[in-house]
Design a protein around this ligand. Structure first.
Ligand code: NAP
Ligand code: GCO
Length: 255
């Protein structure tokens, strides 16, 4: 392992990481030497996932909190402080999807998606950055965007608005925190084979659209996101700030 990508001695918190892309990021960073803190709402699933990583010889912790709840986030970080566990790398991964045409969309569901996919990144990053600045250690913040950070499709307006916000919130983090040696960047995954997309994967018409709309002509796999997450978590990206890297098979680059 080249020192450039070595995460030994670093601690990474990945929100929404009991399964899906979050779990892939956590396992990928652990494989490069990081101690990882998994997060989820559901305690049981979280414990199972932490045990899976520990069984592989990784140092893993689980901290259950709802990323939309300000008090829960602060309590979680205070709990880590008391255990002298300091977050060097934060991946704001937790997110939900809710598909409905805007004219039928309930305000409650609009708000839930915005809170979970966008406001959460502000709340968790604020808690992490305050501590990184106070410790003068610098840090890495990686926000998870989407193809919808750049382009829209019908029926996913709150998700698209949130992911567009993620792209610009990442720029705001760079504007305010780069001076403290905190690099804030984003990853924009394409269509990836996870639970979030089960309904789409099983829909033949949608499956064909995904395969015909991108030059790679296939869905992405969770493990294909790991390299970008390790890169943005490592010394290799110390002079990159405010960027979004699309891991989409080339989708956004072709007509
Ligand atoms: P997923 O399979 O649905 O997993 C989402 C994870 O987030 C779950 O573990 C879920 O917890 C957790 N979560 C949801 N609300 C939470 C909350 N309030 N507090 C804490 N954790 C919460 O989704 P995914 O496909 O892995 O997506 C992960 C991230 O990547 C999301 O931000 C998504 O928008 C983004 N993304 C996904 C794709 C894709 O194609 N899959 C593409 C672009 C971007 P539970 O297990 O308890 O439900
Ligand atoms: C949808 C999907 C997308 C993908 C991803 C694409 O309903 O279109 O859920 O939003 O998950 O965000 O980058």
């Amino acid at each position: 392992m080249t020192a450039l990508f070595d995460l030994t001695g670093k601690t990474a918190l990945v929100t929404g990481s009991a399964r899906g892309l979050g779990y892939a990021y956590a396992e990928g960073l652990a494989a490069e030497g990081a101690h990882v803190i998994l997060n989820d709402i559901r305690d049981t699933l979280l414990t199972e996932s932490v045990d899976k990583l520990r069984a592989k010889g990784y140092t893993a912790y689980g901290v259950a909190f709802d990323v939309t709840k300000e008090d829960a986030i602060e309590n979680a970080f205070n709990q880590l402080d008391e255990q002298n566990i300091h977050v060097d790398i934060l991946i704001n991964n937790a997110g939900i999807q809710y598909r409905k045409p805007m004219v039928e969309l309930e305000l409650e569901n609009w708000q839930k998606v915005i809170d979970t996919n966008l406001t959460s990144a502000f709340l968790v990053s604020r808690a992490a950055a305050k501590r990184m600045i106070a410790r003068n250690t610098g840090g890495k913040i990686i926000n998870i965007g989407s193809l919808t950070s750049q382009a829209a499709r019908p029926t996913v307006a709150p998700y698209t608005a949130a992911k567009g916000g993620i792209k610009m919130l990442t720029c705001s983090m760079a504007a305010e925190w780069a001076q403290f040696n905190i690099q804030s960047n984003a990853i924009g995954p394409g269509y990836i084979l996870t639970d979030m997309n089960t309904a789409l994967i099983e829909d033949e018409k949608f499956d064909n659209w995904v395969k015909s709309s991108n030059p790679s002509q296939r869905w992405g796999r969770p493990e294909e996101l790991i390299g970008t997450a390790v890169f943005l978590s490592s010394k290799a990206s110390d002079y990159i700030n405010g960027q979004i890297i699309y891991v989409d098979g080339g989708w956004l680059s072709v007509l």
